[in-house]
Design a protein around this ligand. Structure first.
Ligand SMILES: Cc1cc2nc3c(=O)[nH]c(=O)nc-3n(C[C@H](O)[C@H](O)[C@H](O)COP(=O)(O)OP(=O)(O)OC[C@H]3O[C@@H](n4cnc5c(N)ncnc54)[C@H](O)[C@@H]3O)c2cc1C
Length: 493
């Protein structure tokens, strides 16, 4: 793929950013037959797309806000994604505990409506539950003052694994995808004075090989999430910021704190949001928060007040008393929310996606959710077809199978030597473009997000096998192990 950068070729579509949105756009464009190249500054899904709550959902909260259009669209996408990516997704039952008859009826009616909205793509009927059934299905829920509850269904997935599967699917359809390659400037056409110049590609820096390239393309899609303003300002220095980043954190604890196969949804936190406890592999993910922040970083870290907030709310609804010492990993992500005049509370900002076509024909797509990535990709590619006046080709992704990998469902209870065998590491390197220990421990497998201490234990072994696969020396092994240990501090409580 790197060799193709040396060919003096003009691509149909250049996609900047390898998160959910960019990878979805690469699958869409390549499967419609456009010559497609995607570049990612770090690793695929290094940003927000590996740090979600891992739910494929219509968004019960948006239903309460009255955003029926968003919920209906997301429920359709939920159904299609569960069908197309069955290797990395599943249907999950969610329990809402109720503390009065009125609450039970209110949430029961809302969730019934949520199910009706999903139509033929329903994942199972919403039911009212008695205390006894709740105790059977989710024995970890606090019984004090419990007045039954509601069972409804949504989807769950492994976000970074889906991202890698999308990258492989795009490649199968002929796209070129390169990680650790950052867009540092945009190329523009030379227009006669007074005429608007058009974007015609990008200058990219390959940080693995320390090389700079120019990629020429008829269209350029900016899918850089919270970094969208950087690219918009490469295009037009004076462009106003469109993204308001909002941080959300998750704490991961042992399954014993919330046993069973169901998730719990707390419908109203003190800041009027929702909070989830979701079983994931042999752990439980607790979150999330919604904190407006100023600094945009590719390695955001949880704030103390966010950690306290999640612990406080989880303990209120669970039987056990979870402390910081019980947390096996914690991670933070940044929502690329689109600014709305007059709205200062990020939890009230729309989760709809936005497409902006600049005067230069740069197409920017941001906002949205993982669940709606396919629809976002379809909209972005349709806009690219329009601005470049390409002959129209139908989008085919609604029923397009997404590559399923043997690594989509790893048993993390297994011995580290089995999970990280030389053979598996070779496949991560050769088939999934892993180039660092972090790539393997954070996104090809999810150990860093599940149990950061155990990931540190695995690091030297992973570095050793990677060095063989990549033909690296002892110095590389030492450096990679040290870098990973340093990074793991962000995930350790
Ligand atoms: C806490 C939290 C929980 C969430 N939970 C859910 C959930 O349960 N379900 C759901 O549907 N959605 C959820 N979301 C939303 C979802 O995760 C995001 O909408 C989605 O991941 C955004 O993807 P993206 O591709 O737009 O951005 P990103 O994943 O951030 O990808 C952008 C990429 O662009 C790259 N990039 C930046 N600048 C450059 C450059 N100059 N050159 C090349 N590459 C560049 C970055 O490195 C990054 O990898 C959650 C979000 C958060 C923060």
């Amino acid at each position: 793929m790197l060799q193709q950068l040396d060919e003096n070729k003009t691509w149909d579509m250049l996609i900047i950013g390898g998160g959910a949105t960019g990878l979805g756009a690469a699958v869409d464009a390549a499967s419609r037959g456009f010559s497609t190249i995607l570049i990612e500054a770090e690793d695929f899904a290094k940003g927000t797309s590996s740090r979600s709550t891992k739910l494929i959902h219509g968004g019960v909260r948006y239903l309460e806000q009255g955003n029926l259009k968003l919920v209906r669209e997301a429920l359709k996408e939920r159904g299609w994604l569960l069908n197309n990516a069955s290797g990395v997704t599943r249907t999950l039952g969610f329990i809402i505990p109720a503390f009065s008859f009125t609450q039970k009826m209110y949430y029961g009616a809302g969730l019934k409506f949520y199910d009706i909205l999903s139509g033929k793509l329903s994942l199972g009927a919403t039911k009212l539950l008695r205390n006894k059934t709740i105790q059977k299905l989710a024995p970890g829920i606090n019984k004090k003052n419990l007045s039954g509850g509601i069972l409804y269904h949504d989807g769950q997935f492994d976000d970074a694994r889906l991202a890698i599967d999308l990258a492989c699917t795009a490649a199968q359809h002929g796209a070129v995808l390169i990680n650790y390659c950052e867009a540092t400037a945009l190329l523009k056409t030379n227009q006669p004075a007074g005429k608007q110049s058009k974007v015609s590609g990008a200058v990219v820096y390959d940080s693995i090989n320390d090389r700079t390239f120019e990629i020429k393309s008829k269209t350029v899609i900016n899918a850089t999430g919270v970094f969208a303003d950087d690219i918009l300002q490469m295009d037009n220095k004076g462009a106003a910021d469109i993204v308001t980043p909002s941080q959300g954190i998750h704490l991961v604890v042992d399954k014993k704190f919330f046993p069973g196969n169901h998730a719990m949804m707390i419908p109203k936190t003190d800041d009027k949001r929702v909070l989830f406890a979701v079983p994931w592999h042999n752990k439980v993910v607790l979150g999330t928060t919604d904190t407006q922040i100023e600094d945009i970083s590719d390695e955001p870290t949880p704030l103390h007040e966010e950690i306290d907030f999640v612990l406080e709310h989880a303990n209120r609804y669970l039987q056990s008393d979870i402390t910081l010492a019980d947390v096996t990993s914690m991670f933070a992500g940044l929502r690329p929310l689109v600014r709305t005049k007059g709205v200062t509370n990020t939890s009230l900002l729309s989760r709809d996606h936005v497409i902006i076509v600049s005067l230069s024909d740069l197409i920017t797509i941001t906002g949205g959710k993982w669940t709606t990535y396919r629809r976002m990709a379809e909209d972005a590619v349709n806009n690219a077809i329009f601005v470049a006046k390409f002959p129209y080709k139908d989008c085919v992704t609604r029923n397009l199978p997404i590559n399923s990998s043997q690594f989509d469902n790893i048993n993390y209870d297994d011995e580290l030597e089995n999970i990280y065998s030389a053979g598996n590491i070779k496949k991560y390197v050769e088939n999934e473009m892993a180039v660092s220990v972090e790539d393997v421990l954070a996104r090809r497998t999810r150990l860093l997000f599940l149990d950061a201490k155990r990931a540190v234990t695995a690091a030297p072994l992973v570095a050793q096998h990677m060095a063989s696969a990549l033909n690296k020396n002892e110095e590389w092994i030492r450096l990679e192990t040290d870098n990973f240990i340093q990074l793991s501090k962000n995930y350790l409580p």
